[in-house]
Design a protein around this ligand. Structure first.
Ligand code: SAM
Length: 177
């Protein structure tokens, strides 16, 4: 059986005036830690183009689709055989469910901004807490993806990158092509 994984983030409740920076960072974190794309329930071309600009320079095939209805997104994902993981401080703690989640190869990771509709808790296959304390969707997503991929995506490289960072003990080194 193939070990190929497909992970996409669904960002719910984005408010363009208020959440642009955080949602941009949700997308960049998703891309950097191994997700293939992000659905955004609100239309926000500014956020979409900022993320795609980074992806265009640093490589990979990350997609962003805005104006997506959350209910149909979740039901289509499940109808296609995928698994829905909703990150919420009220859920089961990540260390207790991560082995079970890792058995699933197609994951839709739902993160909120303002209050998440109650229906999402019932539709999700897993409601997962990254510690049972309130913090942030960026932190929760980063830790979830790092656990899901067991840290392997920290060293991922993109062969189509126009800009590549060369790790350096001091200073900033990049290679451009
Ligand atoms: N007050 C909102 C609510 O009741 O749904 C949550 C706001 S919180 C700033 C935004 C998002 O961060 C949440 O929807 C959730 O996805 C994520 N989040 C925050 N703390 C979390 C935790 N401990 N575990 C998992 N996700 C968390």
């Amino acid at each position: 059986m193939s070990d190929q994984k497909e992970v996409v983030v669904l960002r719910i409740g984005h408010r363009p005036q208020r959440d642009a920076r955080v949602t941009t960072h949700v997308g960049l974190t998703a891309r950097a830690l191994g997700a293939q794309g992000m659905y955004l329930t609100t239309r926000d071309t500014g956020v979409t183009s900022s993320i795609l600009d980074v992806a265009g320079r640093f490589g990979g095939a990350f997609f962003v689709e805005d104006g997506k209805g959350w209910r149909s997104c979740i039901s289509d994902w499940k109808a296609g055989g995928g698994t829905v993981v909703h990150l919420t401080m009220y859920g089961l703690n990540l260390p207790d469910v991560e082995d079970s989640i890792r058995e699933h190869k197609r994951i839709l990771v739902v993160v909120g901004a303002e209050k998440v509709p109650g229906e999402v808790y019932g539709l999700a296959d897993y409601n997962v807490a990254v510690g049972s304390q309130p913090h942030s969707e960026i932190a929760a997503l980063a830790i979830f993806l790092d656990h899901y991929y067991r840290g392997t995506t920290l060293s991922q490289q993109y062969s189509d990158a126009r800009v590549t960072i060369i790790p350096s003990a001091h200073g900033k080194t990049t290679q451009e092509r």
